[in-house]
Design a protein around this ligand. Structure first.
Ligand code: SR1
Ligand code: MG
Length: 415
């Protein structure tokens, strides 16, 4: 295969694939392949390549350009993120095999990864917008979060999985800029709805208390290295159908705070919840209510599963060295564990709040909100999301779970 980097396009990708030995096993006739570029992502180029022959074999091909795709060549960014993605996918496949797409091939020189085409699945964001019923989502996501975050943490030291202790500095800088900094300043990349009142924007950007709490979350992101996290676990990084849930796109993975992944996921569920409340569809009211119970269940099941892995690991023979360090004795204490889960909950809420705010104020928008083309209507929704996120950020240390976070009163105040 080629060793020098060049950009893949709809025109040259079939020729490239014909040089990849692993593709010869999947496709017997390269002249029968059709290519469709997938344009959703902010960071990378992606293509679905499918055979027109009877077998309909297909693959998903992703290539990382040396810049941020959505911002263009003036925003250079290391292509190493594709190697990170491969390592993170390999780890998640060990601890969550049924939730990881199959990897067929990767090439660092071309920054290409070729994987299973999940054509029978939708991005979770689109499934939520379409109000699909996803009866297994809470159970799958709580297992994914508990397994990936526990087995890469210090509490599982000596376990059979060997996650890479990734640092991924370039991508962490992107998150620090686009999640924790620019949305809270008058940055040139920010993108405000012209109908969103200035005082609503100021209630986040110009409130010194809010800014201090944002600072606390930014510091937590920069300083905690608790587990190998996905790093960008929004609902566009999850693919679903009634039966399956797949986690894709872990190019932001690094040893970071556990609450960042849980918070990212939950933030996007709340955004969809508020969007449902603006949708004139007979089923959107009950779908919105089901999202609130999904959020509560995901947290409670994550907590139970994480604690149970912790408990099991204490009794694991491989763990004796760790316990022997004297660290294990304190960490096994139930009061310590209760305190630890409480800090994870507080971080989860804090990160979720920041993530919701950046979707309204920053450059990276989401379809749940942008589907409302009328600026006035969208501004109402955006203001509600910001108000809720602000409250969640400031009260995050007072909750024991998600049941006490009252999303409905934000809506009632608007009536
Ligand atoms: C410039 S846009 C950057 C964002 O896109 C990715 O999906 C991440 O969420 C990142 O923050
Ligand atoms: Mg992504």
């Amino acid at each position: 295969t080629s060793t020098a980097y060049y950009t893949l396009t709809e025109q040259n990708i079939v020729e490239y694939l014909s040089t990849v030995p692993a593709m010869g096993m999947l496709f017997d006739d390269f002249s029968a392949l059709e290519v469709k570029e997938v344009c959703d992502g902010n960071m990378n180029y992606a293509f679905i390549v499918r055979s027109k022959n009877k077998d309909k074999s297909s693959v998903f091909v992703k290539q990382t350009p040396p810049y941020i795709k959505v911002l263009g060549k003036d925003w250079p960014l290391s292509r190493e993120r594709m190697d990170v993605e491969k390592q993170a996918l390999t780890y998640q496949a060990q601890v969550c095999p049924t939730m990881s797409p199959k990897l067929y091939y990767s090439c660092s020189a071309m920054s290409v990864i070729i994987m299973q085409n999940l054509s029978q699945h939708l991005l979770l964001r689109n499934a939520l917008i379409a109000r699909q019923s996803l009866p297994k989502l809470a159970s799958h996501m709580s297992s994914y979060l508990a397994n990936t975050l526990f087995y890469s943490s210090a509490f599982a030291e000596g376990n059979k999985y060997q996650p890479t202790k990734l640092s991924n500095q370039a991508m962490c800088q992107i998150t620090q800029a686009f999640v924790f900094t620019y949305p809270f300043e008058g940055h040139e990349t920010n993108n405000y709805n012209p109908s969103l009142c200035q005082n609503v924007i100021d209630s986040i950007q110009k409130d010194p208390t809010v800014r201090m709490h944002i600072g606390q979350m930014k510091w937590a992101f920069a300083s905690k290295n608790e587990a190998l996290i996905h790093g960008d676990l929004h609902t566009g990084s999850i693919m679903v159908n009634e039966n399956d849930t797949y986690i894709i796109d872990p190019e932001f993975a690094f040893m970071g705070p556990i609450g960042f992944d849980i918070g990212a996921f939950i933030a996007n569920l709340y955004v969809n919840y508020f969007a449902q409340k603006h949708t004139a569809n007979p089923s959107s009211e009950s779908y919105a209510t089901s999202l609130l119970s999904l959020i509560e269940t995901v947290w409670l099941e994550f907590e139970t599963k994480f604690l149970s892995l912790w408990q099991k690991h204490d009794n694991h023979p491989d763990n004796t060295a760790f316990i022997g360090d004297h660290l294990g004795v304190e960490l096994a204490h139930s009061d310590f564990r209760e305190w630890f889960m409480q800090t994870i909950l507080s971080d989860t809420m804090g990160f979720a709040a920041v993530k919701m705010m950046r979707r309204i104020l920053g450059v990276a928008k989401v379809a749940d909100v942008m589907q409302f083309e009328n600026n006035e209507q969208r501004a109402k929704l955006e203001a509600q999301i910001l108000r809720f996120a602000r409250e969640m950020l400031l009260t995050r240390n007072t909750h024991r779970d998600f049941s006490s976070l009252n999303a409905t009163h934000i809506l009632n105040n608007d009536k």
